[in-house]
Design a protein. Structure first.
Length: 193
């Protein structure tokens, strides 16, 4: 099984380390030629969503990845990755992939200084450590979207078909549960193509 990690900006190396710990093969997507490889899942890391969105267009990565996501490729979007997947942003006119039927508020928890750590329950996974760094949260979910995690009443984790969007950064903790769960989705997808 092979996982692609978008590596144009943000916390991609931490995701790669987590995947390696779990014995998964992964590679970085930095340019269009990288998309010629076969892969069974995609990680959209945290970072700066505006910069990532711009680079996806400039590097001609946006349309091929958008098509793969629409065709059911499993994708895990963390923090900025959640923003890239969201159908709507309540405090930003930009929409990127727009494949996840949710409305997200960018930087909902405030500036970098407002970053925090907690633990919370994720449906189907259990209790996990949650690191929030200038994090968004989901304000509304659309039809078919399952809420899988909340913190202080705010939606911080959703699942829709093969897409998982979370506000926090599991890759900066020692807990592998989120990545294990995602790899399970990728495995099922691969077996059913």
């Amino acid at each position: 099984m092979r996982i692609a990690v978008l590596a144009v900006q943000g916390a991609f190396a931490e995701h790669e380390n987590m995947l390696s710990l779990l014995g998964a093969d992964c590679f970085e997507i930095r340019k269009k030629k990288d998309l010629e490889q076969d892969f069974d899942g995609l990680i959209l890391p945290g970072g700066e969503s505006t910069v990532m969105g711009k680079l996806l267009q400039e590097l001609d990565l946006f349309h091929p990845l958008h098509e793969k996501i629409k065709q059911g490729l499993p994708v895990l979007g963390t923090c900025a990755g959640l923003i890239l997947l969201a159908e709507n942003l309540s405090n930003d006119e930009n929409v990127y992939f727009g494949t996840l039927p949710v409305t997200v508020r960018r930087n909902a928890y405030g500036r970098q200084l407002s970053s925090f750590y907690t633990e919370g329950e994720v449906t189907g996974i259990g209790t996990v450590p949650m690191a929030f760094i200038r994090a968004p949260f989901v304000e509304r979910t659309g039809e078919g979207t399952e809420i899988v995690a909340r913190v202080d009443g705010n939606i911080v984790g959703v699942k829709y078909q093969n897409q998982i969007g979370i506000s926090f950064h599991p890759e900066v903790t020692a807990c592998t549960k989120i990545h294990e769960y995602f790899l399970g989705i990728c495995r099922s997808f691969k077996e059913n193509i």
